[in-house]
Design a protein around this ligand. Structure first.
Ligand code: IPM
Ligand code: MG
Length: 358
């Protein structure tokens, strides 16, 4: 009998529902190739629900989601809700409370996709960013004192624990080894200024690195890394970095790989894999309220997030098939305008085209 896998679907706000619909279309198309039975349960979370109930995610809903095996999420965030509420109480709550400590973000230029970098080819832009996903400036620790006065003080703590840093770095070494690209892991930090926090990162990187003699290590500052993403992205194989730098760098990584319309990510608890809810798969892009309902959103990022979800459950054959179908759909030259990352067919037509090549 096939194993049952329960997926909590959170379409969310803005273009989230539009792109996720295409992701689900593609996942249902590969159903015959799957060794497990995937069941999808949709949760209506986001601005509309928040404005109606004054609660971003009821505890009972969180419990149900926690009892599923993974989450497939579109986007959260809406101009009708003050910034931070939906992000913190839905997306970040899920990342933190489910302890999804790895945020894996591939930066990979598909053949036939436009990159704004001159003379860079698919073989030049092909690296993985491992972003620590439960610490750094994202914990929400801190506070405001004397608010609204000229003496106001705002403190936002940068949390780095040996435990959190080590498990992230260890995952990155393992991944780098599995990738078999150049066996090179780059730590991106700001050890020249954040002399406490990033001393911990550097020491941990060196110590864990001793266990991986075949992996070359180098450590660079985040400002230099930003420059090299543009100047010579070919030097990267696998990158490991903290939460905030990973957030910023992967938007840059997305744009050099053909735009946010193609960038997907996997939030994972790599140690409790396949026990309880241990993965959240989402496009990197936001809810893009300005283009909602126009069919302009590119669903490839959401489709690729679905592909990463299949990989997480070791459905490698179907995952590969999706990647190949996307690649062929791109090469058919029907998706993008020439020399541009703007699409020329609608969101649902892109989903259909990928299905056609499956
Ligand atoms: C991302 C997003 C989120 C983040 C926001 C929506 C909280 O930018 O996944 O990169 O900062 O992590
Ligand atoms: Mg981001």
């Amino acid at each position: 009998m096939k194993k049952n896998i329960q997926i909590a679907v959170i379409p969310g706000d803005g273009i989230g529902p539009e792109v996720l619909k295409e992701g689900l279309k593609v996942l249902s198309k590969v159903k015959p190739q799957l060794s497990s039975e995937f069941n999808f349960v949709e949760y209506d979370l986001g601005a509309k629900n928040y404005l109606k109930t004054k609660e971003a995610m009821a505890e009972s809903v969180f419990k149900q989601i926690q009892n599923s095996d993974a989450i497939y999420l579109g986007a959260v965030g809406d101009p009708k809700v003050p910034p931070g509420i939906l992000e913190r109480e839905i997306l970040l709550k899920l990342r933190f409370e489910l302890d999804l400590y790895i945020n894996l973000r591939p930066c990979m230029l598909f053949d036939g996709v436009f990159t704004p970098l001159k003379n860079k080819k698919p073989q030049d832009i092909n690296f993985m960013v491992v972003r620590e996903n439960t610490e750094s400036l994202y914990t929400g620790l801190g506070g405001i004192f004397k608010q609204g006065t000229p003496q106001e003080i705002a403190i936002q703590e940068d949390i780095n624990t040996r435990f959190g840093v080590e498990r992230c770095i260890r995952y990155a070494f393992d991944l780098c080894q599995k990738r078999k690209k150049e066996n090179k892991l780059t730590l991106v930090d700001k050890a020249n200024v954040l002399t406490f926090a990033h001393s911990l990162w550097r020491r941990t990187f060196e110590e864990v690195g001793q266990e991986y003699p075949a992996i070359k290590r180098n450590a660079i500052y985040v400002d230099a890394a930003a420059m090299d993403f543009v100047r010579r992205p070919e030097i990267f194989d696998t990158i490991v970095t903290n939460n905030i730098f990973g957030d910023i760098l992967t938007d840059l990584g997305a744009i050099i790989s053909g735009g946010l319309g193609l960038a997907a990510s996997a939030n994972m608890n790599a140690s409790k894999k396949n026990q309880g809810c241990s993965g959240l798969f989402e496009p990197i892009h936001g809810s893009a309220p300005d283009i909602v309902g126009k069919g302009l959103a590119n669903p490839l990022a959401a489709i690729l997030a679905g592909k990463m979800m299949l990989e997480f459950f070791a459905e490698n054959k179907a995952a590969k098939a999706i990647e190949e179908a996307i690649s062929k759909a791109i090469q058919s030259k029907r998706i993008f305008k020439p020399e541009s990352s703007e699409t020329q067919i609608s969101t649902s037509e892109i989903g259909d085209l990928v299905c056609e090549f499956l």
